[in-house]
Design a protein around this ligand. Structure first.
Ligand SMILES: Cc1cc2nc3c(=O)[nH]c(=O)nc-3n(C[C@H](O)[C@H](O)[C@H](O)COP(=O)(O)OP(=O)(O)OC[C@H]3O[C@@H](n4cnc5c(N)ncnc54)[C@H](O)[C@@H]3O)c2cc1C
Length: 467
């Protein structure tokens, strides 16, 4: 690209969206810089996906060590060193963020450290120094939503960032305000480490957006593990006292109010796009009332040479969506015919078992006018699941009745997130349930449940009685 600008592309934010965009732009021969005011890797690597998964794994190991008694393995004492747990988790984050910095260097992406603010539509200032670019990619991400009356102090009242630092001792009584993905992941971590956990959700159902049958099964399994789930309940205010945090809860149906005491309260009620200090208006970029910077399928904002990706652009706020959008923006800038046209953006709750889904829920399919059939294969009929001591859950396939076209897959099972990769590919390739059932799946594996669910949609599953 020939111009008088400092860079062909300047990316604002080095989270999953930003670093994917910057690396792909550089791979395509564009002179690229990425501005980051915090830590490289953004929310996902530093205070999101990665540290939560580390805690979930460690907590699951504790849980599994108790369950090992079922096959005769007992431990004299299970002793968890909390300081070591926190340090191990931080070490993984450090390794991965260091990896991103290394990839920037290897790909010749210039990392500029500081707060980026637009000066005009071709200039940003980074902590007072101006840089010009032919194109910008805004990848500034999101922050936790606040709840009036519950002031986060990152000690006894925490958001997801505070919840990542496990206190010693582990809190005896834990409240998760918000029954979404983040609420459930932390609920299981704390539950497995010994807290008595309660989740409250304002809406009639937890994990909004997921398939109703899958959510019902998932909630049943979580309750069985000891997590108390209460829907249509809100937290009005919290007050710190000597004996704990007193939280006023209100039943949204009856208006009845009660006060309960907890040692730690997690506020996980969603996330808000992050545009503070960006001065997007100086570049003429539209920011919606809710703070999003909307983009078209090529990730362009209303200003054609300025792009927006990831959490700041739109829902769902997921790392893999941000990554894909980053690649699209970079490729469009390089003149490639790219656009964000995904059929399948997977969603996962990384608990044990996991809840994972891709494509349309049964209700969404019906709302879109499809006549559907479903195939369900319970994990209790899976030999592999039995060997893993994890027989709760199922694979549910939503299939168009006449064409046999796969529309959606909803799984409650161990490693459901990995099983989902097959489902995503099947959806992107417009596979039918027959395509899946004709594919030889290794035995014994959890993945076989995909084959059996496809067979169940035809009422021809082998390991269950078809009804
Ligand atoms: C607890 C938790 C768990 C999660 N788990 C998962 C998961 O398992 N899977 C999944 O897919 N998603 C998960 N997410 C969501 C995921 O983290 C986000 O979707 C993802 O990080 C969004 O990427 P992004 O690039 O859009 O923004 P971010 O990761 O938010 O990165 C934006 C970056 O921009 C920087 N920045 C902002 N403004 C400026 C500015 N003006 N100048 C310079 N720099 C700026 C910020 O410092 C930040 O580093 C989780 C989130 C949380 C909070």
């Amino acid at each position: 690209m020939t111009n008088n600008f400092d860079y062909d592309v300047l990316v604002i934010g080095a989270g999953p969206g930003g670093y994917h965009a910057a690396i792909r732009a550089a791979q395509l021969g564009l002179k690229t810089a990425c501005v980051e005011r915090g830590a490289v890797g953004g929310v996902c690597l530093n205070i999101g996906c990665i540290p939560t998964k580390a805690l979930l794994h460690a907590a699951e190991m504790v849980h599994a060590s108790h369950r090992a008694a079922e096959f005769g393995l007992t431990f004299a004492d299970t002793n968890l060193n909390i300081a070591k747990l926190n340090g191990w988790k931080d070490g993984i984050v450090k390794k991965l963020t260091g990896g991103v910095s290394g990839l920037f260097k290897a790909n010749k992406v210039t990392l500029l450290t500081g707060q980026a603010s637009f000066v005009d539509d071709h200039t940003v200032s980074v902590d007072g120094k101006n840089y010009t670019a032919a194109h910008f990619i805004i990848a500034t991400g999101s922050d936790p939503a606040k709840l009036p009356g519950l002031d986060v102090d990152q000690d006894s009242i925490v958001d997801s960032t505070g919840a990542l630092v496990m206190p010693d001792p582990v809190p005896a009584r834990m409240l998760c305000v918000g029954g979404g993905v983040i609420g459930f992941e932390f609920a299981q971590v704390y539950n497995n480490l010994g807290s008595k956990v309660k989740i409250i959700e304002f809406l009639p159902s937890v994990i909004p957006g997921a398939d109703a049958d899958a959510v019902k099964e998932f909630a049943k399994v979580m309750s069985k593990q000891g997590i108390e789930i209460v829907t249509q309940m809100k937290a009005n205010r919290a007050e710190k006292k000597a004996d704990g945090v007193h939280v006023e809860l209100e039943n949204v149906k009856t208006g009845e109010k009660t006060t309960e005491v907890f040692d730690r309260v997690l506020v996980a009620v969603g996330r808000r796009p992050r545009t503070d200090g960006l001065n997007a208006e100086k570049a003429g970029v539209t920011v919606t009332e809710r703070g999003f910077i909307p983009a078209d399928k090529q990730q362009r904002t209303n200003v054609p040479h300025i792009f927006s990706i990831g959490d700041v652009a739109s829902n769902p706020m997921l790392a893999h969506k941000a990554m894909k959008e980053g690649l699209v923006a970079a490729e469009v800038i390089a003149g490639k015919p790219a656009e964000q046209d995904a059929v399948a953006i997977p969603g996962v709750v990384y608990t044990s078992p996991e809840l994972a889904w891709v494509g349309l829920t049964e209700q969404e399919a019906k709302d879109k006018g499809y006549e559907v059939k479903t195939g369900v294969f319970p994990m209790s009929a899976s030999g592999r699941a039995m060997t893993l001591q994890s027989t709760d859950g199922f694979v549910k396939m939503v299939v168009e009745k006449d064409t046999d076209l796969l529309l959606g897959v909803h799984i409650v099972a161990p490693h459901a997130s990995d099983m989902l990769a097959e489902a995503g590919l099947a959806l992107e390739m417009a596979a039918t349930a027959t395509d899946i059932s004709l594919t030889i799946h290794a035995h014994p594996t959890l993945g076989e449940s995909m084959l059996e669910a496809a067979e169940a949609a035809h009422k021809q599953a082998i390991h269950i009685v078809n009804r």
